[in-house]
Design a protein around this ligand. Structure first.
Ligand SMILES: [Zn+2]
Length: 247
């Protein structure tokens, strides 16, 4: 059996048989995988605290035949992110970020930048950074990494370049903006001011620690939130299950 060692975030854990655990984990180098931890419910030695939900761990695992479930051999905890499980709001946002990652990246699709985004966002929530800010930065960047960058350069209908002056309308079925001559804001197609458009553009292209969070005023956040909500729901074809637990 070939064995591998990867840094991974634990996304889901289910009891499996008498003493085993079925674990879904998102690795830095191989994407999302599922594996069985034999004796995982009892073995404190091989899996010391590292199979808790949303932990970051270094996991050793193997596969007998291609297509089989992986077998988890052992693990070493890197960061338990205890703060993610300490209150309902933190747990809810961590669940939501994990679900969006799963929605965007099917099994075995590796994306190092997505792993880093999820890990860094967990660090931020664990350290008590504002959930609303971390959420929109995560959403904008995750959608971009998943191939759904919102196009902010020109009107999706008439093609007129958008120079970052005046308001625009987000068109969810276009994944981009339209000018006010072509479209009026509505519930599904929320309006977007120039500040919000600029910051949204930055959030899409940069690791979010680099973004000037002081520019994210309440008004800007309130404009970007419905845009990302509509964008995600439209692309996913449904609201995410964990979204309903977010305020
Ligand atoms: Zn137009």
């Amino acid at each position: 059996m070939d064995t591998y060692v990867s840094n991974a975030i634990i996304m889901r854990v289910k009891e499996f048989g008498e003493s085993d655990l079925l674990v879904t984990f998102f690795t830095a180098d191989k994407g999302r995988l599922a594996g069985v931890a034999k004796g995982g419910r009892k073995s404190r030695k091989r899996f010391a605290n590292c199979l808790d939900l949303f932990c970051l761990a270094s996991l050793e695992y193997g596969q007998r035949r291609k297509g089989d479930l992986y077998l988890l051999e052992s693990g070493r905890l890197i960061n338990g992110f205890a703060g993610l499980r300490s209150d309902f709001a933190s747990l809810s946002i961590a669940s939501y970020m994990s679900e969006l990652t799963e929605t965007l990246f099917p099994q075995n699709v590796a994306e190092m930048a997505m792993f880093e985004l999820l890990r860094d966002s967990f660090v931020a929530i664990d350290e008590g950074k504002g959930i609303d800010l971390v959420r929109i930065c995560f959403e904008a960047r995750a959608m971009t990494l998943g191939g759904y960058r919102i196009s902010l350069d020109r009107c999706a209908k008439c093609g007129r370049p958008y120079a970052g002056v005046g308001r625009a309308v987000f068109m969810r079925n276009k994944g981009g903006i339209a000018c006010l001559n072509c479209e009026k804001p509505s519930r599904n197609n929320p309006g977007l001011g120039p500040d919000a458009a600029k910051i949204l553009g930055n959030m899409q292209s940069e690791a979010w620690e680099k973004i000037d969070l002081t520019a994210l005023t309440a008004d800007v956040v309130n404009e970007i939130r419905p845009v990302l909500k509509q964008h995600i729901e439209f692309r996913a074809g449904r609201p995410l299950k964990s979204a309903r637990y977010l305020k």
